[in-house]
Ligand binder design. Structure first.
Ligand SMILES: Nc1nc2c(c(=O)[nH]1)N[C@@H](CN(C=O)c1ccc(C(=O)N[C@@H](CCC(=O)O)C(=O)O)cc1)CN2
Length: 299
């Protein structure tokens, strides 16, 4: 029997801990965690994600600040806003929604976020801490942190002796995911579009993580029988069965056929996606606890 890994259930458990920690902080210190979310431009999917983040922040008992900037915002204007948020003591977490419009460079913006407020875990200080095995004092990118929680539900926290393959090498997901798996003692292979014999590499995986942005790319023949398959893809594709012009979300894994072979698998939607927003809340409450010298919850 294949286990369907339910990201909504795991996310709800994270949110419960976040909410009780935020309530304790307010009771004991008289302050709420503050999350600032910055979005530039009109991308509808990005607006949906940002609205969900702001709504969830309020639900957790945070102060939520949304900065929606016009498409024509300049690099200087964006970095000036980040500098103001860095200096604001009511803000414990800052997130700049990605991707930015094409005329803006995301790297300098990300690197201008104060590391202790970088709840996306993308700043070189936080990425460096993760790469050097310091998982305790930095902030870890939300989607890989959430994917690891789902993997831990199947395999426990010690992945010794297991082969993990991560397809994709982005700073937002692939690289931090590989570091987290390595820190959990897995034997990790990072594969990508230039890898030779991708199906063969994947067939060696006890834990296969796909983050490539190509709908249904991973086929059943790529999956080792009994493997855990984590699908990080969020692809919007046409869904004529729902009506003309309709679309649906699908992952990077051909779900139905891979579920026949895998031991455990995440669906899309309802797998890794809900963990992204839950871990953003977790990072924000952790950043707030640290700023007040309070104990940090475990997720
Ligand atoms: N600064 C950041 N930008 C982006 C990130 C990020 O972590 N930080 N990740 C993605 C988008 N993203 C959050 O921003 C995100 C993607 C998907 C989901 C999610 O819950 N997906 C649902 C399906 C939702 C739907 O039906 O549309 C699921 O998989 O169940 C949450 C957040 C890029 N940008």
């Amino acid at each position: 029997m294949t286990t369907i890994i339910d990201g909504k259930v795991a996310a709800a458990s994270v949110i419960e801990t976040v909410t009780s920690t935020a309530a304790a902080l307010e009771r004991e210190v008289g302050e709420k965690p503050g999350l600032a979310v910055v979005i530039v431009g009109d991308d509808p999917a990005s607006h949906t994600y940002v609205n969900s983040k702001s709504k969830m922040a309020k639900q957790c008992g945070f102060n939520s600040f949304q900065h929606s900037l016009p498409e024509g915002t300049t690099q200087e204007e964006l970095e000036k806003l980040v500098a103001e948020l860095n200096a604001d003591p009511a803000i414990h977490g800052i997130l700049v929604q990605l991707p930015l419009p094409k005329h803006l460079k995301s790297e300098p913006v990300i690197q201008s976020i104060a590391p202790e407020k970088d709840v996306d875990g993308l700043n070189v200080v936080n990425a460096g801490k993760l790469a050097t095995g310091d998982l305790a004092s930095g902030l870890i990118s939300c989607t890989p942190a959430g994917a690891l929680i789902l993997i831990n539900r199947i395999h426990g926290t010690d992945l010794s002796g297991l082969n993990a393959v991560v397809i994709g090498r982005s700073n937002l997901f692939g690289k931090p995911m590989a570091m987290l798996l390595l820190s959990s003692n897995a034997t990790v292979t990072m594969a990508h579009s230039r890898s030779k014999d991708l199906p063969g590499i994947c067939r060696g995986a006890d834990i296969l993580v796909a983050a490539v942005g190509r709908p249904d790319m991973v086929k059943a023949a790529w999956v080792k029988p009994g493997a855990t398959v984590i699908d990080v893809g969020i692809n919007r594709v046409p869904a004529p069965e729902k009506g003309e012009g309709k679309t649906k979300i699908t992952g990077d894994v051909a779900y139905a056929e891979c579920a026949e072979v895998a031991g455990a698998i995440t669906p899309v939607p309802g797998g890794v996606g809900p963990m992204t927003i839950a871990m953003l809340m977790a990072n924000t409450v952790v950043a707030a606890c640290r700023s007040f010298g309070r104990p940090v919850p475990k997720f």
